[in-house]
Design a protein around this ligand. Structure first.
Ligand code: PXL
Length: 278
């Protein structure tokens, strides 16, 4: 059985990071091991969240896993909370990555031109360095800007500019760079990627919903990881992830009691399973 290890926080309420990675990667047919980096009462969009840092547990977990000689088909990281955690993840990759391990880094830090609470521009640059070790990175435009220390472009960009940005991101060292949340036309949204090894661009667009939910980036990255580790091509994996994310949003919007701090991804799991069987 394929085994993914995901390294990110547990937000007890909020359906993001580990609490979406675990169910999604599992239903897609792989084991999902987890290194929880912190426990929060909620994700950081709520006021007054608690935060227990688990950095000091990470080394002991890694030492035990080394002794047991555990292997991973994919290492998938999301929200990381400190410079020390970036360093530990970097060492984790050095220790556990083999020729058949895919390293997927979602540099979760920012959106809509702003860093999430607690992050600094210096942290974003350090995250950019970690991204150099990845096979695939999936930043949004805000995270890309912060990692490259460039101004955020807002919505004023065109395809040529996106291609240039992808090349600059590839300069960080990742083999594949995929920008999420790209839109050239109203009503459309998708991803635009660059394979730095083959010097090839790829993109995919779907309908843009007039809503925004917290945690959809984590649903997207988890799904992409789940498909990729099951042997789908990177492009196919990203497409499945984009379509499933839209399906989650569609289903959520149909619930008159929906909240905007999480999507009802559970209800769209039958769609995802069918997609993986196709
Ligand atoms: O969805 C990304 C994410 C993950 N984990 C925590 C967060 C966020 C985004 O705000 O706060 C704790």
């Amino acid at each position: 059985m394929k085994r993914v290890v995901t390294i990110q926080d547990v937000s007890c309420i909020g359906k993001c990071s580990a609490t979406v990675a675990l169910p999604i990667i599992s239903v897609m047919g792989s084991e999902c091991a987890v290194i929880p980096t912190a426990v929060l009462s909620t994700h950081t969009m709520f006021q007054g969240f608690t935060f227990r840092d688990l950095t000091s547990d990470i080394s002991a977990i890694v030492e035990h896993w080394k002794k047991e000689n555990f292997k991973f088909d994919a290492i998938y990281t999301g929200y990381l909370g400190s410079f020390e955690q970036l360093q530990l993840v970097s060492e984790f990759i050095d220790t556990f990555k083999t020729d058949s391990t895919a390293v997927i880094i979602d540099p979760v830090m920012a959106d809509n031109g702003k860093l999430y609470p607690g992050f600094t521009p210096e942290f974003a640059v350090a995250m950019g360095k970690l991204c150099g070790k990845a096979d695939v990175i999936v930043p949004n435009l805000t995270e890309a800007a912060y990692m490259l220390e460039e101004p955020y472009c807002g919505s004023g960009y065109d395809e040529a500019w996106v291609k240039g940005l992808l090349k600059r991101l590839a300069g960080l060292g990742a083999k594949n760079v995929v920008l999420t949340g790209i839109s050239f036309e109203p009503g459309q949204l998708g991803f635009y990627g660059y394979n730095a090894v083959k010097d090839e661009y790829f993109s995919y667009f779907h309908k843009r919903l007039d809503a925004s939910f917290h945690g959809t980036g984590d649903v997207f990255a988890s799904t992409m990881t789940g498909a990729y580790v099951q042997g789908r091509s990177l492009f196919e994996s990203l497409k499945i992830a984009a379509d499933y994310t839209v399906e989650c949003m569609d289903i959520t919007l149909k619930d008159p009691d929906h909240v905007n701090y999480a999507v009802e991804f559970e209800k769209a799991i039958p769609y995802l399973v069918k997609r993986m069987q196709a």
